[in-house]
Ligand binder design. Sequence first.
Ligand SMILES: Nc1ncnc2c1ncn2[C@@H]1O[C@H](COP(=O)(O)OP(=O)(O)O)[C@@H](O)[C@H]1O
Ligand SMILES: [Mg+2]
Length: 518
Amino acid sequence: MHKDIIRLLRIANIFFKARIDLLIKEYSSSNWNLVFFFSPWQFFSSSLPRGERLVVALEEAGPIFIKFGQLLSTRPDIIPADIAKSLSRLQDNLKPFSSDEAKKIITNELNKPIQEIFSSFEDKPIAAASIAQVHKAKLRKSNEEVVVKVVRPGIEKIIFRDISLMKRIARFIENRFSEAKRLRLLDLVMEYETVINSELDMRIESSNMKQTKIHFEENDLLHVPKVYLELTTKKVLTMERISGIPIDNISMLEKKGVNLQLLAERGVEIFLKQVFIDNFFHADMHPGNIFVNIEDPSNPSYVAVDYAIVGTLKEEEQFQIGRMLMSVVQRNFKEIATIMIDVKWVNPSSNPIELERTIRVACEPVFEQPMEKIKFGELLLDIFESARSFDLNMQPSLMLLQKTLINIEGLGKQLFPKLDFWSIADPFLQNWITERYDPSKITEWAQSNAIHWIEKARKLPETAESALNQLNKLEQYNRDSEDRHTELMAKVLREQRTVYLALVTIMIGLGVSFWFFR
Ligand SMILES: Nc1ncnc2c1ncn2[C@@H]1O[C@H](COP(=O)(O)OP(=O)(O)O)[C@@H](O)[C@H]1O
Ligand SMILES: [Mg+2]
């Protein structure tokens, strides 16, 4: 407890020193300003812009805060663009822990002396980040070359300590500064907790790899390293060592005569397949995690590592994102506004005409440029950013998608500056929509959902009975007042009608599903 307080004071000092209080003040008009005015940190002034000040503070506060900053950088619904830009430069590189410690963890986890498993094990890791580090090794049994990802010792405790602290800070800010409630900081910290906890468990990453491998079994655009399950536990992940050229080593790719246009386009294809067909996308597509297989330079393919963070969308979101992409390219700002209101990405009571106008203002300068110069990911981000004043509120999975699109497109444009995202996405989405709403598919859908209908129908009598009981009570209660009685009776009748209508609908559903099950 006493250690917690010391850590809290230390963090508070770091943040005040970087004058983050000024940022809080921007969101607040309360009398806390007076408190800040008398604070000793008032004497520290910083000439850095606000985003940079936040970067300095997060870096000083440690790796868990740095990773939080990275997450924050992908949330246009929470922070303004200038801060996001500064935060996106945060690097999660750390001093490695000793290889002796890594070996001790491996031995403990796998219950075997390390020499029995590996014929060689490189002491110097190839990468070290806040959660884990990666060592090269060779399997004794099969002579296969592998890498072993080992979770940093003691990191669980640090995560627990820092996340509890972040929750406290978030609660404090939300309770004291009413305007800051809109930022939903506490929700954000909880979301971060889920993400970081799944990064902490190597079995989750291994299972994500397996899933992606299945999706790309019959498609050789993406190679997923093979996982050695018998050598994988919560803290250790052993996988095939891949070779390949890091995707940002463009000069090397050029030297090897790689078809860069094809490579860039294939990146977009992988993205579209993962998002719209597999509904399971690698959501950490930054250059450090992507390599190029150049066995045949005219037919290059991708190799990706680091599957800790993956995204999936709800069916509804998947459809709306598809619709949204199409509307963006057709410059149909009215449709974009309607989608955003319909799916409640903005406040549902927003004025559609005003939202449409705002989106138009954000998009028009972008559309001044030739199509090949436009970056769709960034354009989507501009749209979301412009909708912030309409209480933008988006699901984390959508934000992951947004970030992944920006990464894929950015990478693609680096490889091949004339990459036209839309020329690949348009036929893909048209096809996707046609396939998805093909009548035979709808029958399939109805069949697979029959159970769900029956389950709903089973509960219906109780639901209806309780609804009718409540209506009866309402009726009784209102006998007292003649006027209100008539008014309420009309309402009761309307509601009764709704209940009957629901009954009839579910009965029809039940009938249809029985018909399918014959
Ligand atoms: N299977 C592999 N083969 C070769 N190198 C790998 C492999 N997996 C990871 N690496 C290297 O180790 C680095 C860190 O691994 P990664 O899984 O991305 O860890 P982190 O989650 O810490 O980013 C990668 O960027 C890559 O350079
Ligand atoms: Mg990585």
